[in-house]
Design a protein around this ligand. Structure first.
Ligand SMILES: Cc1cc2nc3c(=O)[nH]c(=O)nc-3n(C[C@H](O)[C@H](O)[C@H](O)COP(=O)(O)O)c2cc1C
Ligand code: SF4
Length: 314
């Protein structure tokens, strides 16, 4: 049996302490965010032993007016009752929106920055310990960063500083809107279409200066565990890494080799919310293993409540 204790060391950041190193990354599960089904889903994952539960991508456009702190407080509360810290990922736009950088005039950019700040403020008031800006996976902020996808000729394009500007402005606005104690995370894909890893490290540095507390690095490929996170060790900021880390030995390697501070387990926690508790108790044979069939992604796209093919066999 491997010594899994490194995964269960607390981790302090800002004035918060995660009870362990396991993060549930944001995953849209089509259960809403102010519903009983959402509270049960996320509460169950917190009870299963994750240290930080990040609620799914939630659009900032149209958020104000639709949700108040009182609508989301029960969800943050359900996660806390389960024993985890809570965060929520904020998506640049409305859910499913496919805006590109060239579609946005200056007024729309200003509105987006304002919507981020106002939404973050409501989420903090609802009791979330953190908010995460979604800058990854080829969505809008990631497109702004890409030389191939960002064809703008104004201050928000062409140079590296221009391609980083919107992300930095949103980060500053969100930081200013948040109470001091609330964590600010930023999710970025380290290597993508139209930008280099070195440029991503530069972006990380700017984001840290603008107030980011944790960089959540979500690569679009896997090689060594945490391979795309390790180069960000050049920066003075805690790192989350992700991708197939429900294989316990891979997760332990990340910590042993100090490639990141926190391990995100996504599909592994869909398949088995008790993954962290079972790992802590060395009950690895009891884990309902994710077979990486990606049926849950199909549910996501079909807008069905996300489930898992492994449940019938559990
Ligand atoms: C059903 C589903 C929904 C997802 N939704 C989001 C999301 O809302 N935001 C996000 O940044 N990533 C999302 N992801 C990606 C996960 O956060 C994670 O990065 C990915 O599943 C890889 O981790 P894993 O190998 O542990 O599953 C989603 C993944 C799945 C399976
Ligand atoms: S549906 Fe497939 S990929 Fe998704 S969590 Fe279950 S086993 Fe893993």
């Amino acid at each position: 049996m491997p010594d899994t204790s490194p995964l269960f060391e607390p981790f302090a950041v800002r004035n918060k302490t995660l009870p362990n190193r396991i993060v549930m990354p944001p995953m849209v599960v089509n259960r809403g965010i102010n519903t009983r089904a959402a509270r049960e889903w996320y509460g169950e994952r917190a009870q299963g032993g994750a240290g930080l539960v990040i609620v799914e991508a939630t659009g900032v456009t149209g958020f104000v007016g639709r949700y108040g702190a009182e609508d989301l407080a029960p969800l943050a509360g359900a996660i806390h009752e389960g024993g985890a810290l809570s965060a929520i990922q904020l998506f640049p736009g409305a859910r499913g929106q496919t805006t590109t950088p060239t579609d946005l005039d200056r007024r729309t950019i200003d509105d987006l920055i304002e919507a981020y700040a106002a939404t973050a403020s409501i989420c903090a008031e609802a009791g979330f310990d953190g908010v995460e800006i979604h800058g990854a996976h080829g969505f809008l902020l990631n497109q702004f960063f890409s030389l191939e996808q960002n064809r703008r000729q104004d201050a928000y394009g062409s140079t590296l500083a221009g391609r980083m500007l919107l992300a930095v402005q949103i980060t500053r606005a969100v930081r200013d809107a948040l109470p001091d104690e609330t964590l600010l995370l930023y999710r970025h894909t380290p290597l993508g279409q139209g930008y280099r890893l070195e440029e991503s490290i530069e972006l990380g540095s700017e984001l840290v200066d603008a107030g980011v507390d944790i960089l959540d690095l979500s690569p679009s490929s896997i090689e060594e565990p945490g391979d795309r996170a390790a180069p960000f060790r050049a920066l003075d900021v805690p790192l989350i890494t992700v991708n197939d880390l429900d294989v316990v030995e891979r997760a332990l390697t990340v910590l042993r080799e100090d490639r990141a501070d926190l391990i995100a387990v996504g599909r592994g926690l869909i398949a088995d919310p008790e993954w962290p508790n079972k790992v802590r108790e060395n009950r690895l044979e009891d884990i309902v293993t994710c077979i990486k069939c990606d049926q849950c992604f199909a549910d996501l796209r079909a807008e069905r409540p996300v489930g898992c093919v492994q449940w019938e066999q559990a």
